[in-house]
Design a protein around this ligand. Structure first.
Ligand SMILES: [Mg+2]
Length: 321
């Protein structure tokens, strides 16, 4: 067994999330067990099947937004929230095949970047979806080297661009921290108690419930498009399997919001198991179109390069003296 370093793990997190997204997309809103009924045994191929409007290997809004976020971080030399919001807005105007309800409402409202999500939440009172969690792998690998507090803080601020409910921020912050731990080669499941201790006190109990070792997706009290069962299901899939492939299979097999649950699972499992664990028959057909950005489409090599650059330490400042 090899022990990949932080950068290969970061590449596997970003790629692993994208693969989960594309694998789950054709099964979105389907019943539990649909994936394993069609593909009973792991390792047999054909799973990246397309359907429901998706080409085989085509990644959805989860990965498209993650790419735009990652490119903003690189091109701005750090987190510039208005720039991230502008890129998201251009993408939303480009007619993506899939876009979450809160995300669409906020990005098409015409309100300024710092008011759009709070105003939407004020009126709708529903913004605890998984739409910020699903796109967080690129920011997670970028902020990981700065430590727990900095990565969780960045996660909250990016989530708040589209989701006014603090639950969405806290779920995204937990994901950032679990990725950070996994990139160091430690077990993110062992880090759950410490991670939960860093969650906002008003939201801790509800996340503790879905992240508990005895929690099962059948116990979810909401559809898995909500942030709590989505994160809980991803951690459950990681906990109850022993490979990247099995974790993502388990996630898609839950049914419901399969692309996003598998994208979150795939990010975690990629960071834990490293790039060699990702089946080539899944990474080869992977492609990420970017609506609003012409004909740009990223394939696995470009996604890997994006992840590598995001995970690389900042170049040392040149001393002018
Ligand atoms: Mg999606």
């Amino acid at each position: 067994m090899t022990h990949p370093g932080p950068t290969p793990r970061a590449i596997a997190a970003v790629l692993g999330s994208a693969v989960g997204d594309a694998l789950g997309a054709p099964f979105e809103f389907g019943p539990e067990g649909a994936f394993s009924a069609r593909f009973p045994r792991p390792g047999h191929g054909g799973e990246m099947c397309g359907g429901g409007g998706w080409d085989p290997g085509e990644a959805t809004d989860d990965t498209q937004m993650a790419v735009l976020l990652g490119e903003s971080l690189l091109e701005c030399g750090g987190l510039r929230l208005p720039d991230v919001f502008d890129r998201f807005r251009r993408w939303a105007a480009g007619g993506p095949k899939d876009i979450g309800l809160a995300t669409e409402a906020v990005l098409t409202s015409g309100d300024p970047w710092d008011l759009a999500a709070p105003l939407h939440f004020q009126v709708n009172q529903r913004a605890a979806g998984n739409g910020a969690l699903m796109r967080a792998t690129t920011s997670a690998v970028h902020f990981a080297p700065r430590g727990r507090e900095a990565t969780m803080d960045a996660a909250r601020r990016i989530a708040a661009l589209t989701h006014g409910d603090r639950a969405a921020w806290e779920g995204t912050a937990v994901f950032h921290e679990l990725i950070r731990v996994a990139l160091t080669g430690e077990d993110p499941l062992a880090a759950l108690p410490e991670t939960l201790a860093a969650v906002h006190p008003g939201h801790r109990e509800r996340f503790a419930a879905v992240l508990a070792p005895d929690w099962h997706p059948d116990r979810a009290t909401e559809f898995n498009g909500a942030v709590w069962p989505c994160l809980g299901s991803a951690v459950w899939a990681l906990r109850t399997t022993t490979s990247y492939e099995d974790a993502v299979r388990a996630a898609v097999d839950l049914g419901g919001d399969t692309d996003t649950v598998a994208a979150v699972t795939g990010g975690l499992a990629g960071a834990v198991y490293g790039p060699d664990a990702l089946p080539e028959r899944w990474t080869d057909p992977l492609h990420v179109p970017l609506p609003g950005y012409g004909d740009r489409t990223l394939r696995a090599p470009q996604l890997s390069e994006l992840a590598r650059r995001l995970a690389s330490p900042e170049p040392p400042e040149v001393d002018p003296s």
